[in-house]
Design a protein around this ligand. Structure first.
Ligand code: FES
Ligand code: FES
Length: 152
């Protein structure tokens, strides 16, 4: 089937099966490999993108459900006000270890900060609970989100 989707402000025309997960459209069709595959079952958060600003697991999002929504990926989150602050905080606090989970972490954290400029520990835990980090960077992630919030 033919689809037209908007990713990072650009419209892309595709010819894929309607049940193709958005993750594979991004990675295999559009060549945008910043969004990662972890579990494929909405359990780890590695594949998180934003759809109309909401953090969304792209591994379980069929392309025919996206419609005219606006998709933002890790490749462009730094162009948003919240994303720029989150990425700077990630660097300032040296959050990353192996890095595999981190694009998903940044997409969830940026969505949180865009909607809540002064998140509490509880807000952060709620927003980030679906993003798993096998390297255990959770403490630095929480501090980086607070650091980013202080810069607003
Ligand atoms: S790959 Fe999508 S949540 Fe794990
Ligand atoms: S930094 Fe390695 S899995 Fe999170």
């Amino acid at each position: 089937m033919s689809f037209a989707i908007e990713v990072n402000g650009n419209t892309h025309s595709l010819d894929v099966d309607g049940d193709t997960p958005l993750l594979w459209v991004l990675r295999d069709v559009l060549g945008m490999t910043g969004t990662k595959f972890g579990c494929g079952m909405a359990l780890c958060g590695a594949c998180t993108v934003q759809i109309d600003g909401a953090p969304t697991r792209s591994c379980v999002t069929p392309i025919d459900s996206v419609g005219a929504s606006s998709i933002t990926t890790i490749e462009a989150i730094g162009a948003t006000p919240a994303g720029a602050k989150i990425q700077k905080a990630w660097l300032d606090l040296e959050v990353v270890q192996c890095g595999y989970c981190q694009s998903g972490q940044i997409m969830s954290a940026s969505a949180l900060l865009a909607g809540n400029q002064h998140p509490t520990d509880s807000d952060i835990d709620d927003a980030m609970s679906g993003n798993i980090c096998r390297c255990g960077t959770y403490v630095r992630i929480r501090e980086a989100i607070k650091h980013a919030a202080q810069s607003i």
